[in-house]
Design a protein around this ligand. Structure first.
Ligand code: PAF
Length: 283
């Protein structure tokens, strides 16, 4: 790698780096992030470095994927800390545009995501995936990566983006990477920083409940009653609200009523006070 990790803040600057790498015949991997980087993100960067000659990590807290009542204003930001971590993880270039660079005056085009965006998160955060799909489409055309790496922690996001890449014939490959977890099972997430000590102690119960649900479903139990039992466990553990605990087709995200040939996924979103946690696990 060598030298200091560079930062591009304008599309023009970014294109200079990418253009030179392309001219040299280097392949490029992109890891899109919203910053507040934890070891889960860094594992994506390390994977990216194995998949391509050059690694670009974008840091952009994308306003269009937050609803007005959501946590955009309080979303954790630490660019200097992030850049230092990225340097050590093997990132060549940080792409950190300002909101005005990403969405200049007059910006008005957006991607309408496909059917995978409709259920689950789509029901609770109706405009979220249009914001994600649009910004990722922009990131892909700005960086022109050969591969882009996404964490499976946001499993439905990955499914929506896979559908977009396939449907729009975008010339890159998406790679999903497994969720990193704390010792007690809690999935690493920038939003864990919001949890109080008490909430942090309760948080792993979500993962425990969906892991149990996944193994019950794999053993052929009735899916509907197993979901009800998982809801009871999560509520009894102290979660204040459950948006959903679902068993879905791993590609289409449509609810699964029975165990069949196709891969299934258990997905959940639940609240601890003001903090919304999501998690998922393979059946
Ligand atoms: O997963 C995230 O951090 C964001 O949704 C992404 C993919 C960077 C788009 O803003």
């Amino acid at each position: 790698m060598g030298g200091k990790t560079k930062i591009a803040r304008t599309v023009k600057d970014l294109r200079k780096f990418v253009g030179k790498w392309r001219k040299d015949g280097a392949s490029i991997a992109l890891v899109p992030t919203m910053g507040a980087l934890h070891p889960g993100h860094l594992s994506l960067v390390k994977l990216a470095a194995k998949k391509a000659d050059r690694v670009v990590v974008s840091i952009f807290v994308n306003p269009t994927q937050f609803a007005p009542h959501e946590d955009l204003a309080r979303y954790p930001r630490d660019e200097a800390g992030d850049v230092a971590k990225l340097h050590d993880a093997g990132c060549d270039l940080v792409w950190a545009p300002a909101v005005e660079e990403m969405y200049p005056e007059g910006f008005s085009t957006s991607v309408k995501p496909g059917s995978a965006a409709a259920p689950l998160e789509g029901e609770f955060r109706p405009h979220h995936f249009a914001g994600v799909a649009t910004v990722c489409c922009k990131l892909f055309s700005q960086v022109t990566p050969d591969v882009a790496i996404f964490g499976e922690k946001d499993f439905q996001q990955l499914a929506v983006l896979r559908q977009m890449v396939r449907d729009l014939n975008l010339p890159l490959k998406l790679i999903g990477a497994p969720t990193m977890r704390e010792k007690d099972g809690l999935a690493l997430s920038s939003r864990n920083a919001y949890l109080s000590a008490n909430e942090r102690a309760i948080a792993p119960a979500l993962q425990a409940a969906i892991a149990e649900l996944a193994s019950e479903v794999a053993n052929g139990v009735d899916i509907k009653s197993a979901i009800e039992a998982a809801n009871r466990k999560v509520r009894n553990a102290g979660f204040t609200k459950i948006d959903y605990i679902a068993v879905a087709d791993a590609e289409t995200l449509k609810p699964a009523e029975t165990l069949g040939e196709r891969p299934l996924r258990v997905l959940a979103a639940a609240w601890l006070g003001k903090t919304r946690l999501i998690d998922n696990i393979a059946v």
